[in-house]
Design a protein around this ligand. Structure first.
Ligand SMILES: *Cc1c(COP(=O)(O)O)cnc(C)c1O
Length: 464
């Protein structure tokens, strides 16, 4: 299996090179040159596989430069950190199925991908020699999942910037109480955007980037998407065993990463297994406007109770655009150059295709809180606000003739304020969060200034 860029400007790469490259050198995103397919017979042979075995099978369709036994060990190690024996269990609540993706170490679905990515980085570096200094900015979930994915790993240091005093207290503590010597938390004075733009300008200094072997962990890495494809197939097989040959999924979306993994899963499986993909957004509705009107234009970011979806530019959107444009890299490049210049992309000509690929709804704050409240009242089941956005969209858009699976992307206790508002009491803290406040924490407070951050990284980075 070879990997190419959505903008058509690089020579094909093997999987290991694609993972280490992250963003393609021509500014595009990496994708497999061709998508494999899973025959009905093969699918049938997978029906009773535990999560780890299924993951190994699915990953090996896309990875031919890691020996099978090594891949098995990587997968085993990645998911041994999950607290549920099924890794991503499916439950039924009222009219919908819930795919619980929050049983990893930081209680959000990003662990599914980042636990695996951390192990793959370590594996490749060990084999090839070399080291990596990961640098990233976070508004909350990504940072803690990335830190949990690489803590204590050989040949990797990680530097994560978060806005001082502006993440939820739990989110900050989930990062700063990790005391491994390869983890550096930096609280910057300013907003998430200040942190993010500082990181971007450091990555744009190519000399600095190359001399410190800077690595990124945001959702543009292909291995993250690939790890997420697995749970769609896992959930599909669970429902199939209950007699459902065709299912829908509802996905709360920000960066288009998780829903793109669903799109890939649908392409892999025999036709009709996954029917509709429901793309659910909060008040930041750029993707809903795109699906429903063909208008992809950037707006102002609005703050909501589902902060991990408070995004206006969906970094994985370009991967879908590549298929929409008939796998024409030059057309994608022209689209993305146009979008960078004007903040707008008119895709009304492709609306028919888009509306056969997705259905979409933007869910308001009131609806989100009301959905958390009614699920608690009717079924005694707590939804986090991100999950509630997806559940609300599923209830509105579902087709009653097929089951709909809603992706539960975070544990409700991670977003206690919204849950408290919905049900009038604080959600109980799971063991992973219960003693956070009493743990020792370590963090450096710095200005959101390129030179200041560079100096700190230079002092603490791994070097040849
Ligand atoms: C990151 C995140 C999302 C959005 O996922 P994308 O892949 O960016 O679409 C949804 N819910 C939670 C809890 C998240 O952390």
């Amino acid at each position: 299996m070879q990997y190419i860029s959505t903008r058509g400007g690089i020579e094909p790469l093997k999987f290991q090179d694609a993972v280490m490259m992250g963003l393609a050198r021509d500014g595009g995103l990496l994708l497999p040159q061709t998508l494999p397919t899973i025959s009905p017979e093969k699918l049938e042979s997978w029906r009773n596989l535990p999560y780890q075995y299924l993951a190994r099978e699915v990953l090996s369709l896309f990875i031919d430069d890691i020996p099978a036994l090594d891949l098995e060990a990587l997968v085993e190690k990645a998911y041994s950190s999950f607290s549920h024996p099924q890794v991503t269990p499916v439950t039924k609540q009222g009219d919908v199925y819930i795919l619980e993706l929050f049983h990893g170490p930081t209680l959000a679905f990003k662990d599914v991908a980042l636990q695996l990515l951390g192990n793959i980085f370590e594996y490749v570096l060990e084999r090839r020699g070399g080291y990596m200094n990961i640098l990233g900015a976070t508004s909350g979930d990504t940072g803690s999942a990335a830190i949990a994915g690489v803590r204590g790993k050989k040949n990797i240091n990680i530097f994560i910037l978060h806005p001082h005093g502006r993440t939820s207290p739990i989110q900050a503590l989930q990062m700063t109480t990790v005391l491994d010597s390869n983890v550096f938390n930096i609280a910057v004075r300013g907003t998430f955007d200040d942190a993010q733009s500082t990181v971007k300008s450091i990555f744009n200094d190519l000399e600095f980037r190359d001399s410190y072997q800077l690595g990124a962990v945001n959702s543009i890495n292909w291995a993250r998407v690939l790890a997420q494809v697995v749970y769609y197939i896992y959930a599909y097989l669970k429902l199939r065993k209950q007699g459902h040959a065709s299912v829908d999924f509802s996905v709360p979306t920000g960066n288009f990463g998780d829903i793109f993994a669903g799109y890939v899963a649908r392409q892999l499986l025999p036709k009709g297994c996954i029917n509709t993909l429901i793309l659910a957004t909060n008040a930041n509705d750029i993707l809903t406007r795109f699906v429903n009107q063909g208008d992809y234009s950037r707006g102002q970011v609005q703050v909501t109770s589902s902060p991990s979806m408070d995004i206006q530019i969906a970094s994985n959107f370009e991967r879908y655009l590549y298929y929409l444009r008939g796998e024409n890299g030059a057309a994608v490049k022209a689209d993305m150059d146009g979008f960078a210049a004007t903040g707008k992309l008119d895709l009304t000509g492709l609306r028919e295709q888009v509306s056969s690929d997705f259905r979409s709804l933007s869910v308001s704050e009131e609806e989100t809180i009301a959905t958390i409240g009614s699920f608690h009242k009717d079924y005694g089941y707590l939804l986090d606000p991100h999950t509630a956005v997806g559940v609300k969209a599923a209830l509105e858009l579902r087709d009653a003739s097929r089951p709909v699976v809603c992706l539960a992307t975070a544990h409700p206790a991670k977003f206690g304020a919204a849950v408290t508002q919905a049900i009038g009491q604080e959600p109980p803290l799971p063991p992973a969060l219960a003693d956070l406040e009493s743990r020792e924490s370590r963090c450096t407070v710095l200005d959101a200034d390129e030179k200041v951050i560079k100096d700190f990284v230079a002092q603490n980075a791994l070097r040849a």
